[in-house]
Design a protein around this ligand. Structure first.
Ligand code: FES
Length: 172
């Protein structure tokens, strides 16, 4: 028979305010007194953690004299801020006009099938994120995509699938 620990012996769960690792503190110190510091602070938080953990929001709000709702509002307004850990691989497919005219919607549909996820909804296993982007500066060589920060131009579905295959083989 197993014994449950008494309430007094159970370790206390950390309060969400305390859950973020201490690497947040120097970022808060740098930006707390800078007018308009929220955006650069959020960028630095994302660079440090890979995303903006929800546990950091109360501390950010308190440091900058804002409400949690204001901080949440900015995080959700800007597409570049993530509230969840990033996928291992990020495939961004241009959905802007020139690439659409050259088949990026069909390319995207094929990639959704290949990766088993939908656009802007990361795969549940955290391996791939298929994301929309609006112009990668390669309009003359549409359709364009970016895989893990690397630009690729005039990409058809077969080439995109080959890039995914190479990436998966390198990871294996
Ligand atoms: S429209 Fe796709 S790269 Fe510019």
């Amino acid at each position: 028979m197993s014994t449950l620990p008494s309430p007094a012996a159970a370790p206390a769960a950390p309060h969400p305010d305390q859950a973020a690792p201490d690497k947040l503190t120097p970022l808060l110190e740098r930006w707390r007194k800078v007018p308009g510091g929220l955006l650069p602070l959020l960028h630095e938080v994302q660079a440090a953690f890979g995303y903006v953990p929800s546990s950091t929001v109360p501390r950010i709000a308190r440091a900058l004299g804002l409400s949690r709702a204001e901080v949440h509002g900015v995080i959700s307004f800007y597409h570049d801020f993530r509230s969840q850990p990033p996928a291992q691989h990020r495939l961004r497919v241009c959905q802007a006009e020139s690439c659409q005219a050259m088949g990026s919607r069909e390319l995207t549909a094929g990639l959704e099938q290949r990766l088993g996820c939908t656009l802007d909804q990361p795969r549940a296993d955290g391996t791939w994120a298929l994301e929309s982007v609006y112009c990668l500066g390669l309009c003359a060589a549409s359709p364009a995509l970016m895989l893990d920060g690397q630009l690729h131009a005039r990409v058809g579905l077969a080439q995109a699938e080959a890039l995914i295959q190479q990436t998966e083989e390198l990871r294996a």
